[in-house]
Design a protein around this ligand. Structure first.
Ligand code: 3ON
Ligand code: FE
Length: 478
């Protein structure tokens, strides 16, 4: 088949979604197409880089943007929007100074060349990656530091979360915790880097209490952005990356630019059981940020993950808004079937189209499941910004796409079940996603019927402004 090369978007449109949003507001959303389902109750929290420059001094990478949390609360068919930046001391200092004072992990240097950056090895905690509500705490997460605790109603920043002193200064908590729906526990981890890296496995109960389940040491550098969870295993993909810190120390490059894929090295699954035993199983090289889900079946563990053929890096010293999508490597959804007894891994592709941000029904986390929802590009091959929501049926292989191209750009989908029992159909519920609508230079919160994902949205809530492209979020029924 001949693939038409016609682009699904215009660069100018896409770029507008990376403009900083500097206002903090709180209002009832009154411009709505369709109808918000009256049974949809609870709050959608989103986090992501809200500010991508200070006074026109641009950050060099979107992951360096200052964390801004949005809350969209639904009740009685109405919806309320609020947003606030996470007021870290670094954010406050930079706002006051009106210029960049810190290096960003991925692509941001202080003005003045290497001499201004040399030996400044501090990490700016931008608290921009995820936001979760657990045990009465609303936590803004960034994987290389402790969480920031926010007031769940006002979104005011309360301070760094120590969990009653159990997370000491210098200890870190992942931006990708996973909630076991059957127990209400939120599972997470933290990586202490070194010549040997230490992975701590944490549990946060639904009372908000943290305990350490186990700690394991693995050789070498780790870049573990996410993990997969089953009742008996915590599973990591050890990407075959190295960190060569010299250019970072000398101020010549950011930390993220010093990470690269090691040639001819396999990836490894790290399986950690409930007793803290570590089993390592090799598989073909790839780079994984996100896992979709995992479950145990017979003697096997199934892990579904978005895999890249290399470590996705941006060209240094070029504006990320100018990237050539034809040169950006694509992530694809793969299924790994691991047999721990035999030490073998089988892999098969589930979704070939470039995709990111996979999610499942919350009750399926760690369990056998049928449906994944995931952001995807709006064409079959090549690469582009994410403009469609895909629903993948693991039982039949059916793939459906709801495209917002050419002028809409999607963010992570979140599945919200309609009924909170364990018997209703796995796709009975809604898929919520924020769309940047370049035609109106504003964002919409779109409610899709998960059972009719390609159908017209049930509701499109027009915000009064845009929300810059975000990272992750969560829904709480409370
Ligand atoms: O020793 C350190 C280990 C470590 C954890 C080195 C280090 C300082 C680089 C580090 C820190 C890692 C951090 C801070 C990671 C933060 C990641 C982040 C903010 C976002 C990651 C997003 C991933 C994806 C795949 C996003 C995709 C987005 C789209 C396709 C759409 O825009
Ligand atoms: Fe992530």
């Amino acid at each position: 088949m001949v693939q038409t090369a016609s682009p699904t978007f215009s660069r100018e449109d896409w770029q507008k979604g990376y403009e900083s949003l500097r206002t903090e507001t709180s209002y009832w959303i009154d411009d709505i197409e369709g109808e918000i389902p009256s049974e949809l109750e609870g709050t959608l929290f989103r986090n992501g880089p809200g500010q991508l420059d200070i006074n026109g001094q641009k950050y060099g990478h979107p992951f360096d943007g200052d964390g801004m949390v949005c809350a969209i609360a639904f009740k009685d068919g109405k919806a309320h929007f609020a947003n606030q930046f996470v007021k870290t001391p670094e954010f406050i200092a930079e706002q006051k100074a009106g210029k960049i004072l810190y290096r960003g992990v991925f692509g941001t240097q202080k003005a003045g060349g290497w001499l201004s950056n040399i030996f400044d090895l501090r990490n700016k905690n931008v608290a921009n990656t995820n936001v979760v509500y657990q045990g009465g705490k609303l936590l803004a997460l960034w994987e290389a530091a402790r969480p920031y605790s926010l007031n769940p109603q006002s979104l005011d920043t309360l301070g760094q979360e120590t969990f009653d002193g159990k997370l000491a200064a210098g200890q870190v908590f992942t931006a990708h915790p996973r909630r076991d729906d059957r127990t209400g526990d939120l599972w997470g981890f933290g990586v202490q880097p070194g010549p040997k890296s230490t992975i701590s496995i944490y549990r946060v109960t639904n009372q908000g209490e943290l305990s350490t389940e186990s700690q394991v040491k693995v050789s070498g550098f780790c870049f573990l952005h996410d993990f997969a969870y089953t009742p008996n295993y915590r599973i990591f993909m050890q990407n075959p990356v190295s960190f060569k810190p010299l250019p970072f120390m000398l101020g010549l490059a950011t930390a993220g630019e010093c990470i690269e894929l090691k040639p001819n090295s396999p990836s490894q699954f790290l399986l950690i059981d409930r007793q803290g035993n570590l089993q390592t199983i090799e598989t073909d090289p790839c780079f994984v940020f996100h896992h979709c889900n995992a479950y145990e079946e017979g003697n096997e563990i199934i892990v579904d993950s978005v895999c890249y053929p290399d470590y996705p890096k941006l060209e240094p010293n070029t504006d990320f808004r100018e990237i050539d999508f034809d040169k950006v490597i694509a992530g694809q959804l793969w299924r790994f079937t691991i047999n721990p007894k035999l030490g073998t891994v089988k892999r098969e592709m589930l979704l070939e189209r470039s995709c990111e941000f996979p999610v499942v029904h919350p009750r399926c986390m760690g369990q056998k499941y049928r449906y994944a929802y995931i952001g995807a590009i709006a064409k079959e091959s090549g690469n582009a910004p994410l403009q469609a929501i895909a629903k993948v049926d693991m039982a039949t292989g059916k793939q459906e796409f709801h495209s917002f191209a050419p002028r809409g750009f999607i963010s992570e989908p979140i599945f919200v079940p309609r009924d909170r029992d364990n018997h209703s159909a796995e796709d009975a519920g809604w898929v919520l996603t924020l769309i940047f609508d370049a035609a109106h230079n504003r964002s919409d919160l779109v409610v899709l019927d998960a059972q009719n994902i390609t159908g017209k949205p049930l509701a499109t809530l027009h915000l009064k402004h845009h929300v810059p492209y975000g990272l992750h979020g969560s829904f709480t029924h409370e």
